[in-house]
Ligand binder design. Sequence first.
Ligand SMILES: [Fe+2]
Ligand SMILES: [Fe+2]
Length: 197
Amino acid sequence: MNTGIDEDMFEYLSSHLNPKRLEHSYNVANLAVSLAERNGVNALNAWLAGLLHDCAKCMADKELIKFLKNRRKKSKYFKEISINSPHLLHSFAGEIIAREHFKIKDETVLKAIKNHTLGRENMSILERLIFVADSISHDRKWKHAEILRELAKEDLNKAFFEVLVEKIAYVIRSTGWLCPQTVDTWNWYVSNFKKDS
Ligand SMILES: [Fe+2]
Ligand SMILES: [Fe+2]
């Protein structure tokens, strides 16, 4: 998709991300666009959120913490995340870069970048779409990625549920730290969607 600002984005992303992460960003953007129309989402917003979602991914942990502290942008579980899994902060830093550097004003795009790793309560369709696309983009080789790419075309919410289950199960199986924000996302989803399925 040619948005007219792609060149600036390519320049920034190619100098701030490694080649693998750059490729992933374009894959997520392309998948997000392909899922946008059937879910009533603006394609340009899907493209922008997909392309920029990991723009802070290659920042070091200490740099992420400092970056967010300097801007007084401490998220709900900032302290817990900083101690246990600081790389997760890249989604929060990414939202700020999208806002400050790329002058993105659309709050739905900014929220989709901000919440692509942990989710949150009351996620919009675009937020769910990017959350899903991030986990099942064509560069993702995990066991069910291909099956879920097909499912996402049919039913975004079912794919969202499966991705969320997979993410939580992965953390638990690897005895990792499960962020309470992901638990919030889970509880929000099961109390609002699962009862209808
Ligand atoms: Fe990410
Ligand atoms: Fe990503």
